[in-house]
Design a protein. Structure first.
Length: 69
């Protein structure tokens, strides 16, 4: 999964960031993480990407807060 970086200097490519909710912004940053990409690829290869994401994995990637609200 190679990221297309050909338009990284084009400000218009990032206009949508201004309208993202906090979850969307977090996802845009997380999906660019090479470590996360490797982890997701391992899930796909093992056939586990359709299974619920374990709570400890959610915490590891910042998808859930460790404590209660």
């Amino acid at each position: 999964m190679k990221l297309n970086t050909s338009r990284w200097r084009d400000n218009n490519s990032y206009d949508f960031f201004d309208t993202l909710p906090i979850e969307g912004l977090a996802w845009e940053c997380l999906r660019r993480s090479v470590s996360y990409q490797r982890h997701y690829l391992a899930l796909v290869v093992s056939g586990a990407e359709r299974q619920p994401f374990p709570a400890e994995e959610q915490e590891h990637w910042g998808l859930r807060f460790p404590g209660s609200a």
